[in-house]
Write a new protein. Structure first.
Length: 535
């Protein structure tokens, strides 16, 4: 089914890939910014500790104290300060007089000039750490006093420029960005792989197209009158439409249930669970005749099964009626042939001058046929059953079987309620008589089928017995299962339809042994309204 295209720029997988790529990039960039800010703060804090330690160590050095007492401290302290600047990890070390006059400086032309920065705290014996824009640029610096015998003889300032701190942070951030780029690339590759798989599963459709397909799917699912059942790989119901729920008499909560837990007929359950495809198989439920087709869903592995169900209850009933009509036609054709033979016999007797014998022969045949007709018409006022019995009697006679209607049979016209379908009566009595005639044909004694049709209190009683070989006790329940037959393949649906029709009319079917030694089937159908048939 082709879904109308919706003008969106890319497929669902493509949109998800773009979203995930942007998300990964945003996370990596945010983390990089966080690390940069954190590392810069940590670098400045480390610089403060380093310059404080350097300034304090210089102020406590005996050589610095001795130089401060000398007449030319620069000559002694400048080499010392240069060595510390070169090897101590600081940008500058400035030793100055208590009034702020520089004795040392990384730039010699600034020696002898006034120190730029706050020295008041150091002049009062305290240590000060600050960030200040000096001659070398903004720097983190510490100023501390040099003590000698209880008085301040000099001040020491050690500092690291902000540019140097930034260079350190920049190197760390560069390494971080390299790692972040690798993480982004790895995330992008992973995202691409995941979305490529998603693209295969969605067949390249975008979200709007998938939504449209779902809407079409739902509309088609509920519009189809035939039943549709989809099973997953674990044989659970993944999807079922309204038609299938009605045909299988299932509720609305069966999605997710296993097929073997639904209490369906065993043959139908077996068809739905079969691994191989099934094509137009006939299966019976309690009330319906279903034609079932199944096909596995395969995509590299078995993913489930799709089953279609078609209701052939009416068609099967019509087929049964057609078979009966065909039988009636054959019986009438045979009777016409027999009537022609008898008529020739009567004519020949008259030509031979034996008129009395001709009249006796003709009236004897008429009396025999009329007696059966009168018996059926008098006992069975229901026209459908009367016509069925007369037709089946003709068929049985053609096959050499005597059909007998018992003396206690009686059904007056109008007794049967409107809810008791005439078609179900034809199905029940017609199939029972057909099976009985077939069974009686194989008997060693006079083939006979006995029919009882009468009202028994609040029920309609239909009983058919034969003089055939009967049914073994072990097969008493199997005879009602579709496919059970002693006459070869393609048979064995008649008694299953009998039980189904009786169930539909809220009645019962029982099997016993007949007085003639064959099988005796008794059907009881209620003549009053009852509750719904239990599932």
């Amino acid at each position: 089914m082709r879904i109308p295209r919706v003008p969106l720029p890319r497929s669902l997988a493509g949109q998800l890939f773009a979203m995930q790529a942007v998300l990964v990039a945003a996370i990596v960039a945010g983390y990089a910014l966080f690390v940069y800010v954190t590392d810069r703060g940590q670098a400045e804090e480390t610089a403060k500790r380093q310059v404080t330690a350097t300034a304090t160590a210089v102020a406590r050095s005996p050589s610095v104290v001795a130089a401060a007492r000398s007449a030319h401290p620069t000559g002694v302290l400048q080499p010392y300060a240069d060595a510390l600047t070169r090897d101590g990890g600081v940008t500058f070390v400035v030793v100055m007089a208590p009034d702020g006059t520089r004795w040392t400086h990384p730039e010699p032309d600034r020696i002898g000039k006034t120190y730029l920065g706050h020295i008041e705290a150091a002049q009062h014996g305290e240590t000060l750490t600050e960030t200040y824009p000096g001659t070398l640029g903004p720097s983190v610096r510490t100023v501390t006093p040099v003590w000698d015998r209880g008085r301040i003889v000099a001040l020491v300032s050690a500092g690291i420029t902000i540019d140097r701190i930034s260079e350190q942070v920049q190197r760390q951030v560069t390494a971080l960005l390299g790692v972040a780029g690798g993480a982004l690339a790895l995330g992008g590759v992973g995202t691409y792989v995941v979305n490529a798989r998603l693209r295969r599963h969605t067949h390249g459709m975008n979200a709007a197209e998938l939504s449209a397909m779902h809407d079409y799917h739902q509309a088609a699912l509920h519009a189809v009158r035939e039943g549709l059942v989809m099973l997953d790989g674990q044989r659970r119901i993944a999807l079922i439409n309204d038609g299938a729920r009605e045909l299988l008499a299932l509720g609305n909560d069966v999605v997710g249930a296993r097929v073997d837990e639904l209490r369906l007929p065993p043959s139908l359950t077996g068809a739905l669970l079969a691994a191989e495809p099934r094509e137009d198989e006939l299966h019976l439920t309690a009330d319906r005749v279903l034609v079932v087709s199944t096909r596995p869903v395969v995509g590299g592995e078995r993913r489930g099964t799709v089953a279609t169900l078609r209701d052939h209850t009416e068609l099967q009933a019509l087929s049964g009626e057609l078979d009966s009509e065909r039988g009636f036609t054959q019986a009438l054709r045979a009777q016409a042939h027999e009537a022609a033979n008898r008529l020739h016999t009567v004519v020949s007797l008259i030509e031979l001058g034996r008129a009395d014998e001709a009249v006796g022969f003709a009236t004897a045949e008429l009396e025999l046929a009329q007696a059966l007709t009168d018996r059926v018409v008098a006992a069975v006022g229901e026209p459908v059953l009367a016509a069925l019995l007369l037709g089946k009697s003709a068929q049985a006679s053609e096959r050499g079987v005597e059909l007998v209607l018992t003396e206690d049979s009686r059904i007056d016209d109008g007794v049967l309620p409107p809810g008791l379908s005439a078609r179900d009566l034809v199905t029940v009595l017609g199939n029972l008589i057909d099976n009985a005639v077939e069974a009686a044909q194989g008997s060693d004694t006079s083939p006979r089928v006995t029919v009882t049709a009468r009202v028994d209190g609040p029920e309609l009683l239909l009983r058919v017995s034969d003089s055939g070989p009967g049914v073994a006790a072990a097969d008493a329940e199997s005879v009602f299962r579709r496919g059970w037959s002693t006459h070869g393949d393609g048979r064995g649906i008649g008694l299953a339809l009998v039980r189904q029709a009786a169930h539909r009319a809220r009645g019962t079917v029982t099997l016993a042994r007949s007085p003639e030694g064959g099988a005796e089937f008794t059907v009881r159908l209620p003549l009053t309204a009852t509750s719904e048939v239990p599932a």
